[in-house]
Design a protein around this ligand. Structure first.
Ligand code: NAD
Ligand code: UGA
Length: 486
């Protein structure tokens, strides 16, 4: 490690001239929601580069090699089938892929720690560290290692130390940070035409190698280069700001319900201010997804670690407000339904954390479903892309204690009170209420007149996304409760 003139620690361990100038082989460790689509896009745009995506999960790799991809993402199937067999390979041959590649992306999961120091806040870096070790053990010559996973600021330093201390004699490494900003459901569009690509590093030549990869299809003005720590921190900050906007509008939605203001009118009124802007002002049952909460908790942990408790507390409120919004939604359901949902059927439309994805991680639906079955409701769920096995798994994970154990009572509730339907109509048959959780387009096309006749009366509809035409539903006879509207 060398000391830069600006006082930063330089992480390149070699003479800059040693770097391979043009990247011919890339490998990506982690074939998940980020690794799969990102590498498929690189393979589809850079025909001159061989891309090998590896994972320890054989089942996932089998799915990537089949017509039933492990993740649902509009447009993904097409680019994967076009490139697979040409310059895109999926396998579990982690070591071989590393040995053959010039550039190695680390795109493994970085979940919140559920044990020990930083329990419930810090990132679990176990998988990233294992990647660094396997890269070190399988590298000769020079490799560029790219952090694609979202990581706490200064993780690159730890990665570099592992690479140096465990690497073979003569092996050299550059570490770059290249966080991913794609959103699920629009991943292909986001990768094809990103707002920006961010590359952090301290080796000009290594940065240039990665700039050249993206530069094949992304205009150079959109490729931002920074130092490593700015890049790592920018990713956490971007997610914190986005989540903060959702929590802010959701906080105001509670005030709207109390005062008679309408959250959509308020969002429109403030969103036309060019300094605020219209995006990410959609009030909802609460944000979900694998990253917002995890990344804010990580930011909170970092602030505490660096002795900034006020900053930590400021960001923690974003998560607390989100918890409040989810809980508020289930409480509203119970209150409006005469303070009891016990033995009542509730049709839940949608379980994914947003439309156009099969991802349910941290979905608000899991929390609301938990609350409802704890009130002894019978919940029947229809989601176009989520199956019963996934739903039960999510509920069991949420309801288990710190040791991962589930009480017999909760297991019974999940097994007996949660059902799945194959259409919105089937879910709503004989139901006392509908709770709309995910903004799937197909829910706007459902025949609500027919659904109304098949339901118990009064027929309640709780729209957790403000997706449906409220006036039309009220005309049909539904008692409608939306977010941020009286
Ligand atoms: P994921 O859980 O879908 O995929 C991670 C994959 O890594 C899994 O298939 C797992 O089997 C594999 N893996 C773990 N350890 C491994 C090892 N040692 N060797 C080989 N494979 C290993 O996760 P994801 O959603 O793709 O997220 C990956 C990272 O990207 C996270 O840090 C996340 O914060 C970040 N990110 C995610 C998104 C998103 O939309 N999901 C967007 C931007 C950034
Ligand atoms: C988010 C960011 O948008 C991506 O830039 C980032 O790369 C990614 O996290 C990540 O790091 O994982 P994602 O979680 O896939 O992407 O989806 P978003 O569109 O951001 O939605 C997140 C949650 O907020 C969803 O539950 C969504 O329904 C909710 N949301 C979003 C609202 O409730 N209201 C809004 O106005 C916007």
């Amino acid at each position: 490690m060398t000391e830069c003139t600006n006082g930063q620690t330089s992480l390149n361990t070699h003479d800059e001239t040693m770097i391979t100038k043009s990247i011919k082989k890339i490998c990506c460790i982690g074939a998940g929601y980020v690794g799969g689509p990102t590498m498929a896009m690189i393979a589809s745009r850079c025909k001159h580069i061989q891309v090998h995506v590896v994972d320890i999960n054989q089942e996932r790799i089998n799915a990537w090699n089949s017509d039933e991809l492990p993740i649902y993402e509009p447009g993904l199937q097409q680019i994967v089938s076009d490139a697979r067999g040409e310059n895109l390979t999926f396998s579990t041959r982690v070591e071989e892929a590393i040995q053959e590649s010039d550039m190695i992306f680390i795109s493994v999961n970085t979940p919140t720690k559920t044990f020990g120091i930083g329990n419930g806040r810090a990132s679990n870096l176990e998988y990233v560290e294992k990647c660094a070790r396997v890269i070190a053990e399988n590298s000769d010559g020079h490799k560029i290692v790219v952090e694609k996973s979202t990581l706490p600021v200064r993780t690159a330093e730890a990665v570099q130390r592992i690479l140096i201390s465990s690497g073979k004699p003569g092996a050299t490494f550059d570490v770059l940070s290249n966080p991913e900003f794609l959103a699920e459901g629009t991943a292909i569009e986001d990768l094809e035409d990103p707002d920006r690509v961010l590359i952090g590093g301290d080796s000009e030549q290594a940065i240039q190698c990665l700039v050249d990869v993206y530069g094949t299809w992304v205009s150079r003005e959109k490729i931002i280069t920074t130092n490593l720590w700015s890049s790592e921190l920018s990713k956490l900050t971007a997610n914190a700001f986005l989540a903060q906007r959702v929590s802010s509008i959701n906080a105001i939605s509670a005030l709207c319900e109390a005062t008679g203001a309408n959250i959509e009118e308020v969002a429109r009124a403030i969103g036309t201010d060019s300094r605020i802007g219209p995006k990410f002002l959609k009030a909802s049952v609460g944000f979900g997804g694998s990253c917002f909460q995890k990344d804010i908790l990580n930011l909170v942990y970092l602030c505490e670690h660096f002795g900034l408790p006020e900053v930590a507390e400021y960001w923690y409120q974003v998560v607390r407000m989100n918890d409040f919004q989810k809980r508020r939604f289930s409480t509203r359901i119970v209150r409006h339904m005469f303070n009891t949902v016990s033995d009542k059927k509730i049709a839940m439309l949608g379980f994914a954390f947003k439309k156009d994805t099969n991802d349910t991680r941290e979905s608000a639906a899991i929390y609301v479903c938990r609350d409802l079955i704890q009130e002894r409701a019978r919940v029947t769920i229809y989601d176009p892309k989520v199956n019963l096995e996934q739903i039960r798994h999510d509920l069991k994970t949420l309801m288990a204690n710190g040791q991962g154990e589930l009480s017999a009572h909760d297991r019974n509730l999940i097994d007996n009170n949660v059902r799945i339907a194959h259409s919105a109509e089937e879910a709503a048959q004989n139901a006392h209420a509908i709770a709309l959780m995910t903004e799937w387009e197909e829910f706007t096309k459902v025949d609500f007149e027919q659904i109304y006749t098949s339901m118990k009366k009064p027929a309640f509809l709780f729209d957790g996304r403000n997706l449906l035409d409220r006036d039309m539903l009220m005309d049909i006879g539904f008692e409608v409760h939306s977010i941020g509207k009286c």
